[in-house]
Design a protein around this ligand. Structure first.
Ligand SMILES: Cc1cc2nc3c(=O)[nH]c(=O)nc-3n(C[C@H](O)[C@H](O)[C@H](O)COP(=O)(O)O)c2cc1C
Length: 237
């Protein structure tokens, strides 16, 4: 699949038709989830009907409409890289879903987190969800406003460098500029010093490390290479 095309096309969807996803598409997505779980020791699950946590009067009222299916982002509580891994794997699933024509949105706050459908096993931590489904034409009231007021930071605001940066680095930063982030804060910073690339985030907000995993994935896909796990870790091309 063409990840770069999906990066260009992806946008958070907050209005869905409220119906299930095709069998074939679903199997592509669950394969991707299974791969991520195996590779990173996570327990992300697909929830066919999580509407209960979204469509009642409450935190998500006016912001989300017609939510049905969710990807429940969770894994071992004692994994110090849990949030970063969830960001990385979840965003890969999102890009796959985008290429299949589905809408998605990372959601950390605006839903009923305490709903029993999110109960976890002993030693597990539930971090956030991804809404996923068929996009409805008409946008939700607040979703519409959020999409309209969204202003990405300038490319130069995403990195520092001690020298001229290569084209592949700029390609990576361009892809990071299009990445989703909690509250659209776009806090993940890249550096290019002595020809070494690093990515870091302040880790002052509960979803900063999820944003780190998302940003690293976007950078890798466009620049070609991979980061090691951790805040301020190195990139290998
Ligand atoms: C970890 C994380 C948590 C998020 N939580 C919420 C949320 O609770 N409610 C919401 O409407 N959007 C949420 N978002 C979506 C962001 O608001 C959205 O990605 C950002 O505004 C950029 O817009 P875009 O995804 O359309 O490019 C979240 C995004 C991330 C990465």
């Amino acid at each position: 699949m063409d990840y770069l095309k999906a990066i260009e096309k992806r946008v958070s969807t907050r209005n869905y038709l409220g119906i299930g996803i095709d069998k074939e598409k679903l199997s592509v997505l669950t394969d991707e989830i299974d791969d991520g779980n195996k590779k990173f020791g996570l327990s992300i699950s697909f929830l066919e009907d999580g509407s209960n946590a979204f469509n009642t009067f409450g935190k998500s009222y006016g912001m989300f409409k017609g939510v049905r299916s969710l990807i429940v982002m969770k894994g071992p509580q004692n994994d110090i890289h849990l949030k970063e891994k969830l960001g990385y794997v979840g965003e890969k699933v999102i890009l796959k879903a985008t290429s299949l024509g589905l809408g998605t949105c990372w959601v950390g706050g605006s839903f009923e987190r305490q709903n029993p459908i999110f109960a976890v096993s002993e030693g597990e931590e539930f971090v956030c969800v991804i809404t996923i489904g068929i996009v409805a034409e008409k946008k939700s009231l607040i979703g519409n406003v959020i999409n309209k007021i969204k202003r990405p930071k300038a490319i130069e605001a995403f990195y520092t460098s001690d020298n001229a940066v290569p084209d592949w680095f700029i390609a990576g930063i361009n892809a990071v500029q299009k990445a989703p982030s909690a509250r659209n804060s776009q806090k993940v910073q890249f550096s290019y010093n002595d020809c070494i690339v690093r990515a870091s985030v302040p880790d002052s907000y509960r979803f900063d490390l999820v944003d780190l995993g998302i940003a690293k994935l976007h950078f890798e896909l466009a620049a070609g290479g991979s980061f090691s796990l951790g805040n301020n870790s190195k990139f290998q091309r």
